[in-house]
Design a protein around this ligand. Structure first.
Ligand SMILES: Nc1ncnc2c1ncn2[C@@H]1O[C@H](COP(=O)(O)OP(=O)(O)OP(=O)(O)O)[C@@H](O)[C@H]1O
Length: 316
């Protein structure tokens, strides 16, 4: 939370928050981010459980992450990989905004940690990654790029939705299309945004990011889900050194990066394809889905097979 520490709203279990629609009682803190926190809450009347995201209202803050989140969820409506908005509001006296949304299950980062080798099986990794890219494609279709794709920002659904992957956290998403649905003119220089480990090369270099850059982060996410040795730059903290390592992984370190995987032909093709894309290009998502399916088949699996956590029967 760094300099935002003093923004901590710190709702204790039992705290009641009322809107014009309903009263919610906090059951548990689900996670804390740079701008606020997410709680599991219960509608006092219906007893239904939801997730509530809260953000401190600050004059000094130029961009509200929660406002961006609400704008995107409203725009996408009932998209398959997106949580539904249940309620939202502003508490002027207490000085915070809140968003009540559909409750989902564990994040991919948490699900991965529960595995013996801390990674998913090859088939689950590819299947999950396909859904992660579908979510990203839907966002791109609506003119936004996410800019912070990582396993923490995706989660599986609860109960009957265990096989469905949801995309979370649009706090630093950016519109890349203008009001006429044309690509915005790229800015000359852009500040670093997002998470170093999953950042695309363009982000390291301070150049404008487009849909293909989300795809590059998505590719790192895919590798992070399946590589037992992890991403080659996982232990490097200096941004420039991470950039150097990511570039070396296009050349000499490429084979070592993918070592241990049962099948790499299609994954190499996907990376080659993403690396060839320019800011202005339209991504051929279907090509990537096809490659993922072929990689699964080549390794003797099926992309829509039950996921590791479905077989183990735990998502709560
Ligand atoms: N709808 C939801 N249902 C269940 N858990 C959720 C939901 N939304 C978010 N979470 C959980 O809450 C935690 C924080 O969520 P999120 O990343 O959206 O918040 P954030 O404050 O924007 O975080 P950061 O600033 O670190 O990106 C995550 O662990 C996530 O799994």
């Amino acid at each position: 939370m760094s300099d935002e520490d003093d923004d901590d709203l710190n709702f204790k279990p039992g705290t009641e928050i009322s809107s014009s629609k309903a009263t919610y009682v906090v059951s548990k803190l689900l996670g804390e981010g740079g701008f606020g926190a997410v709680y599991r809450v219960k509608d006092v009347k219906t007893e239904k459980q939801y997730a509530m995201k809260v953000e401190r209202k600050l004059e000094k803050r130029k961009h509200s992450k929660l406002k961006m989140e609400i704008a995107i969820l409203k725009l996408i409506g009932n998209g398959k990989h997106f949580t539904q908005i249940v309620d939202r509001g502003k508490k002027d006296k207490e000085g915070y905004f809140f968003l009540v949304m559909e409750l989902v299950g564990k994040s991919l980062a948490d699900l991965k940690l529960e595995r013996d080798l801390k990674v998913f099986s090859f088939t689950t990794g590819l299947g999950v990654a396909q859904q992660c890219l579908e979510a990203c494609e839907a966002l791109h279709k609506h003119g936004f790029i996410h800019r912070d794709l990582k396993p923490q920002n995706y989660a599986c659904g609860l109960e009957k939705q265990k096989h469905l992957i949801y995309i979370l956290d649009f706090g630093i998403a950016r519109k890349f299309l203008n009001t006429k649905n044309e690509l915005k003119t790229p800015r000359e220089s852009v500040g670093f945004k997002g998470t170093v480990r999953f950042a695309p090369l363009a982000c390291h270099k301070g150049t404008e990011m487009g849909p293909k850059d989300d795809c590059e982060s998505w590719f790192y996410l895919l590798l992070d889900l399946i590589l037992t040795q992890g991403l080659p730059w996982r232990k490097i903290s200096d941004k420039n050194d991470v950039l150097k390592c990511k570039e070396e992984c296009r050349k000499d370190k490429r084979e070592a990066m993918l070592s241990g995987l049962p099948h790499t032909t299609e994954l190499n093709r996907i990376l080659d394809y993403i690396d060839k894309q320019q800011y202005h290009d339209r991504v051929d998502y279907d090509y990537i889905y096809k490659m993922l399916e072929e990689a699964c088949i080549s390794s003797g699996g099926k992309i829509d097979a039950p996921y590791d956590w479905e077989l183990e029967g735990d998502t709560k």
